[in-house]
Design a protein around this ligand. Structure first.
Ligand code: SF4
Length: 97
């Protein structure tokens, strides 16, 4: 998987350390299985100067999962909320709504 840092910035760029997702205490939130963690990651993205470029880049690359540009990705597309683990819905059409 491409790291967020190498996606947007030269690794030698000191400003890379300013990205919220590059904070070692918060990095795991962006790829967590827990919906609450993903919501927290989205909140952190809101302060990022690269939010628009990050989201568009993730769409272009069809990122399989994670929070990118303040949005939750699943199979290359943005979803409103990530469902927690559990029994799947009986009617899969409800997921498209
Ligand atoms: S928008 Fe979010 S995921 Fe993208 S670089 Fe900024 S903090 Fe990281």
């Amino acid at each position: 998987m491409t790291s967020l840092l190498t996606t947007f910035l030269n690794p030698a760029d000191a400003s890379a350390t300013m990205l919220p997702c590059h904070d070692t205490d918060a990095a795991d939130l962006f790829f967590s299985e827990r919906p609450a963690d993903l919501e927290q990651a989205k909140t952190l993205c809101a302060a990022c100067p690269l939010i628009d470029e990050c989201r568009q880049g993730a769409l272009d690359r069809r990122e399989p999962w994670g929070v990118w540009g303040g949005a939750i990705f699943d199979a290359g597309r943005i979803i409103a909320v990530k469902r927690g683990r559990g029994r799947p819905r009986k009617n899969r059409d409800q997921d498209a709504a």
